[in-house]
Ligand binder design. Structure first.
Ligand code: BEZ
Length: 268
């Protein structure tokens, strides 16, 4: 599968991860995902009575913040576990289990919001098309996710740890969608969007606790180890953490080299 023509080139084939989401661990250990997402809400600037779709809402924190503006919010996520937790946490809001590439809506929303989700989605053409179709004319898309170079030091180190241990041919590291500014703007424009603002910026991200990097790799990069035994995977994870420690465990805290792509685009 290719992801379409971007930057005048065909995007490389990327096999996307089949990840098992643990919604409780996500809230406890990785709540920084929605904490940082609060910043991108400023680009959304929700207004009372607007109909807003939050794609990849996870356990619902940002959908709840959007709803505080008086907007009517629908949160969707492909993970039933995440949606179950969101419904418990915010019983007055609407949530549905829906795959972002198959949004069953037609010109329904004034705005679509998404944080830290798009990099997980394999079929980026279908996603962009589904977003465009779901928006009313004049509606806006505001999204933030991993951009070009995101978590590169972590994936490079996983690769080099696997090489050192003789598993270079078995470990996978290129399975997220982290586009450049031009690549993503071209994709949105090809579906009819007008891109109003787009940024790529470093956002070093603190991971919680002394085990933070191990827990991050274990949760988010689990797909990297799918062709390895548990024992082989553990040896790579532990060596990767050891290699990363001198540069990324700073003053007792782990820092991951996140780079975000943030975009605001309009359906004219
Ligand atoms: C991110 O939010 O950038 C991200 C999270 C998990 C894995 C890869 C990227």
């Amino acid at each position: 599968m290719t992801l379409g023509i971007l930057d005048g080139k065909k995007l490389k084939q990327i096999k996307m991860p089949e990840i098992v989401w643990d919604a409780t661990l996500y809230d406890k250990q990785h709540h920084f995902v929605s904490d940082y997402g609060a910043d991108v809400l400023q680009w959304l600037a929700p207004k009372a009575d607007e109909h807003i779709l939050d794609v990849g809402c996870g356990t619902g924190q940002l959908a709840a913040q959007i709803a505080e503006s008086g907007a009517v919010v629908l949160g969707t996520d492909a993970s039933a576990d995440m949606i179950a937790n969101a419904k418990v946490a915010y019983p007055n809001l609407n949530f549905e289990v829906v795959d972002g590439t198959q949004l069953p809506y037609y010109e329904k929303f004034d705005a679509i919001f998404s944080n830290a989700t798009f990099h997980w989605i394999e079929n980026q053409n279908a996603l962009a098309q589904a977003l465009f179709k779901s928006l009313k004319t004049g509606g806006r898309l505001v999204a933030e996710f991993g951009g070009k170079g995101n978590v590169k030091s972590i994936t490079d180190v996983i690769k080099s740890a696997a090489e050192q241990l003789g598993f270079a041919d078995k470990v996978l590291t290129n399975f997220w969608f982290f586009p450049s500014i031009s690549a993503y703007a071209t994709l949105l424009e090809s579906k009819g969007f007008e891109v109003e603002q787009i940024w790529l910026f470093d956002r070093p991200t603190k991971l919680i606790g002394e085990e933070g990097m191990y827990v991050w790799i274990n949760q988010f990069a689990q797909h990297a180890f799918k062709n390895l035994t548990e024992e082989q995977a553990e040896s790579i994870k532990n060596l990767a953490v050891e290699i990363l420690k001198p540069n990324y465990f700073i003053n007792g805290e782990w820092v991951a080299d996140y780079r975000r792509l943030r975009v605001k685009a309009k359906k004219e």
